[in-house]
Design a protein around this ligand. Structure first.
Ligand code: SF4
Length: 350
């Protein structure tokens, strides 16, 4: 079923028949409008080499998405998954890989692509319905004019992305609740996870990032990120080879968040000068050692090395040089001191 929901003004249903059959490995055997790479009747050696590379890329992305799904228990039998589709390379890739995995999965789960048309000027409304219709996937286009709200609220010259994303999330979560989706799939990838981690570290003094699987703050929704292990460069290449009809995310004229830009440049430079560093960052996120950090809520440093069960003195007052009230001790209970030590120091004799 395909439909267009105009959130502000009611519901306009559009119907159609699902039936996805495209997989990169099937390129030459089953050409279709959505095949991974165009079919060729006469293949040159260069064509073959390119197809080989393309299929290798498709397999790698599928394997990485499958691995992330398995590692984090993202999908189970009977799931109804809302795949958020913005029209960018990441979300197209996400939907494409999930459809391929669904075709082979031993468990049954449902996929519905959902796009929120935020009414940005010049948003090409026909692109996603045309693409999804040709693909034969269930989809819903939600319409909600968040663009006007953001324009009204955010002062001129300031980035609008934060409010825009919050409104988008709110609309999508509401839709997920109304329609009984058990999971919400987002297209964030490995580089997004690394960048968010560094942004939190540099600008918010937090060790945190967007996790591969997350329970929303209200406890109502489980968000999954099956591309968590996929490199952005691979996704960009894949999107290009698949010929996804990309819709740019700057129709609103907003500048990308400055901090995200800075971190993005940093990561790109690191990757250029020290290839593999982004991978290291993301792998480190899966190998956290609370006893080697300094978060007292995660590790009981006070209990470490204690040899007495007696309460510790008020360390803050003590270390700040403030007088600490000492417990009263009877003199006869103290150990005796010897006075014959020739170094002039008393030696404990108890
Ligand atoms: S670039 Fe525009 S549409 Fe994209 S998140 Fe930012 S404000 Fe929203």
């Amino acid at each position: 079923m395909r439909r267009r929901l105009r959130l502000a003004y009611g519901v306009i249903p559009v119907t159609g028949k699902p039936g996805y059959n495209a997989a990169p490995g099937d390129v030459d055997r089953h050409p279709s409008p959505t095949s991974a790479f165009p079919a060729r009747t006469v293949m040159t050696v260069v064509d073959r080499k390119q197809d080989f590379e393309h299929n290798k890329l498709a397999k790698r992305l599928r394997r990485q998405a499958g691995q992330a799904i398995a590692d984090f228990g993202m999908i189970e039998e009977g799931d109804k998954i809302m795949v958020c589709l913005s029209g960018g390379k990441d979300s197209y890739t996400l939907l494409d890989l999930l459809l391929q995995l669904q075709a082979k999965a031993p468990v049954r789960f449902e996929l519905v692509a959902v796009n929120l048309d935020q009414k940005q000027p010049d948003f090409p409304e026909h692109v996603l319905p045309d693409y999804l219709g040709a693909l034969g996937v269930d989809f819903t286009i939600l319409e909600q004019d968040t663009y006007s709200v953001v324009k009204r609220v955010v002062p001129e010259g300031k980035t609008m992305c934060s409010l825009c994303s919050r409104l988008r999330r709110g609309a999508l979560y509401t839709h997920a609740t109304r329609h009984g989706f058990t999971k919400i799939a987002l297209g964030h990838h490995r580089d997004d996870i690394a960048a968010t981690f560094l942004m939190n570290l540099f600008f918010h003094a937090k060790l945190a990032t967007m996790p591969p699987k997350l329970l929303s703050d209200d406890g109502q929704h489980v968000v999954i990120r099956p591309l968590a292990y996929c490199k952005e460069a691979d996704i960009a290449r894949y999107a290009q080879l698949r010929g996804f009809p990309i819709i740019p995310c700057n129709l609103c004229g907003s500048q990308e968040n400055l901090q995200r830009k800075q971190v993005g440049r940093l990561l790109a430079e690191w990757e250029r000068t020290a290839p593999g560093r982004v991978d290291q960052i993301v792998r480190a996120l899966g190998d956290v050692r609370p006893s080697q950090l300094a978060d007292r809520s995660l590790f009981d440093f006070h209990a470490l090395g204690r040899h007495s069960a007696a309460p510790l003195p008020d360390t803050h007052a003590w270390l700040a040089g403030e007088p600490v009230e000492k417990p009263h001790v009877e003199l006869h209970s103290l150990p005796q001191l010897s006075t014959h030590a020739d170094d002039g120091l008393g030696i404990l004799m108890s």
